[in-house]
Design a protein around this ligand. Structure first.
Ligand code: NAD
Length: 428
């Protein structure tokens, strides 16, 4: 029998439906929140460096804006689908609500692989994306940000195109800008640091000290690198990281049982977060299969790569030593695996809470851009810590009070806030 391919949007809808049932939401609210408010799918024709024309597919999905303008990244990925973008847009709505910032949820994507595109071709994709959607996005409607395989440079090309179309300087159109051009200090670190602020709070609840713990991380990109950095500053030891090898077209796990050296690995990683396997071996790292990050003898797992990485097929590989999983990535644990993890009573910090540091800092960037007054890095990260810690405590208090798992408690808080905003506006 052929198994049905994994669909992130079906998973996001099932999560929502389960919370809607718990909250007793009526049919109108369920229909409204179970689907995006608006979605756009368009072609981006690009004249390639060799003179040929290639047409890329772009998506922008605005899930809900009852609590404020939509907010969400734009990812470049060869396997991008409309359903993935829908799921990510819905998760953004819940994420903004759980950390209580006045924004709604959106997401965008382009089906492309930047590994095989020149700078110029990528710039044309960015500008083409904005030309297709400039009327439906903007500081008061929908504000994009970087995501998988997009950077501050991509944001700047998009901003420049948007400002050319509108013949005005509109820095609030986009976040994740370079610091010298209206970006916020601390944005690069924000998501990974946010993951670790929540890990710090969870460790307190579990009665563990960071210096007595080890972690294994999937991914070695923006989120993973900064999470590893702060976790190590707290005294923790990372023994394994896994990442995608573009040349071999497989994922590898790099392990050093006495603890990886972040700076050393950064020195042999490319800008996509891929580690050079032969150089890693020279530096004394064991090279294991991609999924090996999951089966390490550690207390903490940090999936920080892509969605659906822990599934019914591999969840049993998680060792009994694991006490905590912090979801740096969006949707890294599939529903069946999630049920198995609940059974085993492993403490999970769900994605919508754990990785909300990025959007929280993007919100700070908007605030600073609007004031045209920019905070020092310490101030940004201090405010981020306060936001993340209070969100963690609110979720954990509800979980304890109503005997819920952290994911369910986070969803209950987020969905109730969004449903209330829709009711208050008279939409449902
Ligand atoms: P990135 O592109 O910087 O890094 C992704 C990393 O994952 C790379 O190291 C890549 O090698 C690795 N990877 C890809 N496929 C893999 C596989 N099969 N096995 C092992 N490793 C693999 O992306 P990022 O910005 O760090 O984002 C990672 C995740 O976090 C995504 O789910 C993203 O949606 C989510 N997220 C990112 C942010 C942010 O601010 N960057 C915010 C919230 C959530």
């Amino acid at each position: 029998m052929q198994t049905k391919p994994f669909n992130s949007f079906e998973m996001a809808q099932a999560q929502f439906e389960s919370v809607a049932g718990q909250l007793g939401l009526d049919a109108g609210v369920r229909q409204l929140l179970g689907w995006p408010l608006r979605e756009y799918s368009f072609a981006i024709p690009v004249r390639m460096d060799d003179g040929s024309v290639q047409v890329f597919r772009g998506y922008r999905v605005q899930h809900n804006d009852a609590r404020g303008p939509c907010k969400g990244g734009i990812r470049f990925h060869p396997m991008e689908t409309l359903d993935t973008v829908r799921a990510l847009a819905m998760w953004m709505t819940w994420k903004c609500a759980v950390v209580d910032i006045p924004l709604g949820g959106a997401k965008g994507g382009v089906v492309c692989d930047p590994h095989n595109l020149t700078e110029w071709e990528q710039e044309q994709i960015c500008r083409g994306f904005v030309r297709q959607i400039a009327g439906n996005m903007g500081p008061t409607q929908d504000v994009p940000a970087p995501d998988v395989m997009t950077s501050a440079q991509h944001m700047l090309w998009m901003l420049d195109e948007f400002e050319s179309i509108h013949r005005a300087r509109l820095p609030g159109f986009i976040t994740g800008k370079p610091v010298e051009l209206g970006g916020s200090m601390g944005r690069r670190e924000a998501t990974g640091y946010g993951v670790v602020f929540t890990i710090r709070e969870a460790l307190k609840e579990l009665g563990l000290r960071a210096q007595d713990t080890r972690a294994s991380v999937q991914g070695f990109g923006n989120v993973a690198q900064h999470a590893i950095s702060l976790y190590r500053q707290m005294g923790g030891t990372v023994i394994a990281v896994s990442c995608w090898d573009q040349e071999d077209q497989v994922a590898y796990t790099f392990r050093k049982k006495e603890g990886i050296d972040l700076e050393e690995l950064l020195g042999i990683a490319d800008r996509f977060g891929g580690i050079d396997d032969s150089k890693a071996r020279d530096l004394g790292y064991e090279t294991l299969p991609g999924e090996a990050w999951l089966e390490q003898e550690v207390e903490i797992l940090i999936p920080a790569a892509l969605e659906n990485q822990v599934s019914a097929e591999n969840v049993d590989r998680i060792r009994d030593s694991v006490k905590l999983i912090a979801e740096g990535a969006n949707g890294p644990i599939g529903p069946k695996a999630d049920a198995a993890i609940k059974e085993r009573d492993i403490f999970v910090i769900p994605d919508l809470l754990a990785n909300a540091g990025g959007v929280t800092c993007s919100y700070f960037e908007q605030v600073q851009s609007n004031m045209n007054y920019f905070w020092e890095k310490d101030e940004v990260l201090g405010k981020l810590d306060v936001k993340m810690t209070s969100a963690f405590i609110a979720v954990s208090d509800l979980a304890k009070r109503d005997n819920l798992h952290m994911r369910d408690a986070a969803y209950v808080i987020a969905v109730s806030r969004v449903a209330q905003a829709c009711r208050d506006r008279g939409w449902v």
